[in-house]
Design a protein around this ligand. Structure first.
Ligand code: ATP
Ligand code: MG
Length: 224
C-alpha cells in the first residue's frame, strides 16, 4: 500500500470480529495522509463504526496494525452521548482537566476553540438550549481545544437537518484545511461526498473502492 509510512491514519490488514463466526473487518487496509479530509462509506452493518472505534483505541484489532497520529478527537452521531457538562464553555474546558493548566490558559484555549467553530457568543449557553448542529460544533471545539491532530467523526450529521448538515460538513472541511488537521468522516449521505478529498467504500469487511468523490460515487452506483 502506498505512502503508509507518513500517513496520519494507516490501517494495515486489520481484522476484527465481535462474535466468533461473524467477521466484521477482514484484512482491511486504508491510509489517510496528513491534512486530508476523507470520508468512509458503506452499508448499514458494514463495519464503519467498528473501524472508527479501532482507530480511536476503544477496540483492539485481532490481527493487523493501526498507526494513528495523536491526540485523536472523536465525534459521535449523537452529541447527547458526548457532551457532559451543563454549559458550552464548561464542556469544552472539561476536556482539558488532565492537562493541569492555569485558569487563564484554560479560558484562552476554550475561547480559541469556540472561535474556530463560530460559537464564542454561546460560551455561557446551557447545552440543552443548543441546536443539533451547534452541539456537534461544541464536540468539535472540544477536540480543537485539546489540540487534536486527527478527527474521527461517526455520522456527525445523522441527526441534523439538511442545511445544518452541509454547514457542518463545510465547516469541518475548512477547519481541517486551515489547521492542517486530518479527518475521517463516516457518512451515508452522498451530498456530503463533494466536500471530501477522497473517500473509501467499505464492503464485506474491506475497502473495495477508494478515490476522489466522483469516482467513488460512480463505483457506488454501479457496484451493487
Ligand atoms: N457492541 C457490539 N457487539 C456485538 N456486535 C456488534 C457490536 N457493535 C457492532 N456489532 C456488529 O458488527 C457489525 C458492524 O457494525 P458497525 O456498527 O460497525 O456497522 P456500521 O457500518 O457502522 O453500520 P451503520 O451504518 O448502521 O452505523 C454489525 O453486524 C453489528 O451488528
Ligand atoms: Mg455506524
Amino acid at each position: 500500500m502506498a505512502r503508509v509510512s507518513n500517513a496520519a491514519i494507516a490501517v494495515q490488514d486489520v481484522s476484527f470480529q465481535w462474535a466468533a463466526d461473524a467477521p466484521v473487518l477482514q484484512r482491511c487496509s486504508l491510509a489517510v495522509q496528513p491534512g486530508e479530509f476523507c470520508m468512509l462509506l458503506g452499508n448499514n452493518g458494514s463495519g464503519k463504526s467498528t473501524l472508527l472505534k479501532l482507530l480511536g483505541g476503544l477496540l483492539t484489532p485481532q490481527d493487523g496494525v493501526i498507526h494513528i497520529e495523536k491526540p485523536i478527537g472523536y465525534v459521535f452521531q449523537n452529541p447527547d452521548h458526548q457532551l457532559v457538562m451543563p454549559t458550552v464553555g464548561a464542556d469544552v474546558a472539561f476536556g482539558l482537566v488532565s492537562e493541569n493548566l492555569t485558569l487563564p490558559q484554560v479560558r484562552s484555549r476554550v475561547l480559541e476553540a469556540l472561535d474556530a467553530v463560530s460559537l464564542v457568543h454561546l460560551a455561557r449557553r446551557p447545552i440543552y438550549a443548543l441546536s443539533g448542529g451547534q452541539k456537534q460544533r461544541v464536540a468539535i471545539a472540544g477536540a480543537i481545544a485539546r489540540n487534536c491532530r486527527v478527527l474521527l467523526l461517526d455520522e456527525p450529521t445523522a441527526l441534523l437537518d439538511p442545511d445544518s448538515q452541509l454547514e457542518l460538513t463545510a465547516q469541518v472541511r475548512s477547519l481541517v484545511k486551515q489547521r492542517n488537521l486530518t479527518a475521517l468522516w463516516v457518512t451515508h449521505r452522498l451530498v456530503e461526498l463533494e466536500y471530501c478529498d477522497r473517500a473509501f467504500l467499505l464492503r464485506n469487511g474491506t475497502v473495495v473502492a477508494q478515490g476522489n468523490p466522483d469516482s467513488v460515487r460512480r463505483q457506488l452506483e454501479h457496484g451493487e
